[in-house]
Design a protein around this ligand. Sequence first.
Ligand code: 1GP
Length: 249
Amino acid sequence: MIYSSILAAKTAGEKQLAVLIDPDKANDQQLDQLIRTAILAKVDYFLIGGSLLMSDRLGLCLEQIGRSCNIPRILFPGNALQVHPGADAILLLSLISGRNPEFLIGQHVIAAPSLKKSGLEIMPTSYLLIDGGAPTSVSYMSNTTPIPAEKSDIAQCTAMAGEMLGHRLVYMDAGSGARRPIPTETIRAVSQNVDIPLIVGGGIRTPEAALNAIRAGADVIVVGTASERDPLVLVEMAEAVRSGKTLVP
Ligand code: 1GP
């Protein structure tokens, strides 16, 4: 089970790297190169999805990854249309930084029958959108306002509430292509106040930025845009993430 592996890594102090793939943004060849580099870098997970899918490449993308490697494929859905049984698991996101009921429960109700049938491992996730310096597709498409980047108290209490509601993961996201990654103080405020694994992404383009987020308490780093531009960045990014392993008493 994928959630147990995330939890086991956290318990052991090991840090993990996930690569975000937007099926609209990678053709077969680009995807092949990305997969080969991800294998080389020993990437832990693929996240697959986007705010909006224009193509019908979601299934093809999942198949291509499945044919090439055993790296788990986790859906990161922008809406209920992105439930696909060809993946291994899904982040069942509640956009709790926002106040739009559609992304707190509406899409979940629509997706429930297909989720039930899919056989996917379901990972209920507190999804916190944090301001990354410019409007993102997620904030526009979800019609929600991100938490201001420096308001660590709001991020902290939001994540605490998500954990108390029974979510199994927290995902703090500045949004794909964010101008700035989430400030380390804001990551730290959350990581020190929740026990469930913490995923951090959005605007992480360098190994240093990945390590900063890890040192602030992130358990899993998500990289999308940087790996679309140059898949080889994943090798150094993975080394940086692993170097952040913490000693567990
Ligand atoms: C977005 O966290 C992911 O949801 C990845 O963001 O594309 O900026 O790496 P980037």
